[in-house]
Design a protein. Structure first.
Length: 274
């Protein structure tokens, strides 16, 4: 446990982590600011609830939300993936390496990548929702559909992911979406970390590998659009309202974590401390 804490501390001290975390915080606060500007000096009856002002569902902050979704795989890949390599170059990884086996060291860094990437995404989205609760009313007189409150259930779409929740409990709907996105982002970071362990990629910089992972997920999204298979696209799970099922999400995440695990195991056998 002590070694794991040291590995987490090394990751938190990385410039990549600080820049990516700051970017996500900026996105989170930016969505609030834009919504506040929209509602400034506005009639109270036209102000939406804190649930409908959340970054991922608010029409007012759609531009900021698009920046978040489009850069999501890139930031998730960059955030923690370079921790092991940077720690080894600076000598900081020596403490961990001398207190555990090679496999434990490799998988320990993988665990840190998954935990911190997922926690960072969840934290920034939670902060956005909590700030919405501070600024906007818990129950609004308007909603994201632009119709009377009693007509909102009529906008329920059984084909959209978890759409029944946005009618029954919009706050629970937002929270579950945050968790789904966090798990997905952690998986992307895990894959990027695992790819670095392969000998063929060891000569490439972490940023180049992260960009490659980003392009891979963009390519899957384009392929999903062409083949009319939205389950292949990360956008189907980061943006709300897409026509996918929870089973599609589970399969997509299993494939990502499965690939990351296989590559990490393979990389652990090939691993050599720099």
């Amino acid at each position: 446990m002590r070694v794991l804490k040291v590995q987490m501390k090394e990751c938190l001290n990385q410039i990549e982590f600080k820049v990516c975390f700051a970017f996500w915080c900026l996105i989170s606060f930016g969505g609030i600011v834009i919504s506040c500007m929209k509602y400034y000096d506005c009639n109270y009856l036209n102000i939406r609830s804190a649930a409908d002002s959340f970054l991922l569902v608010s029409p007012n902050a759609s531009a900021v939300a698009q920046i978040f979704t489009l850069t999501f795989p890139l930031i998730a890949a960059v955030m923690c993936a370079g921790t092991r390599r940077n720690g080894e170059k600076s000598g900081g990884g020596l403490f961990s390496m001398t207190r555990m086996s090679r496999k434990q060291y490799v998988f320990g860094n993988a665990l840190v990548t998954v935990l911190l990437t997922g926690a960072s995404i969840l934290f920034t989205l939670l902060v956005n929702q909590l700030l919405c609760l501070v600024v906007f009313p818990v129950e609004g007189y308007s909603n994201r559909f632009g119709v009377a409150e009693y007509l909102a259930p009529l906008n329920y779409d059984s084909n959209a992911l978890l759409d029944f929740l946005q009618v029954q409990n919009p706050y629970l709907y937002n929270l579950i979406y945050m968790m789904l996105i966090s798990v997905l982002g952690a998986g992307i970071g895990f894959v990027c970390y695992a790819v670095q362990l392969q000998k063929i990629f060891q000569r490439y910089r972490t940023l180049y590998i992260s960009i490659g992972i980003f392009l891979l997920f963009i390519g899957l999204s384009v392929m999903g659009q062409i083949l009319d298979m939205p389950l292949l696209s990360f956008l189907s799970y980061v943006e709300v309202g897409h026509y996918v099922r929870i089973s599609d999400y589970i399969l997509f995440v299993i494939l990502i974590y499965g690939a990351g695990t296989i590559l990490t195991i393979r990389g652990a056998y090939q691993y050599e401390y720099f």
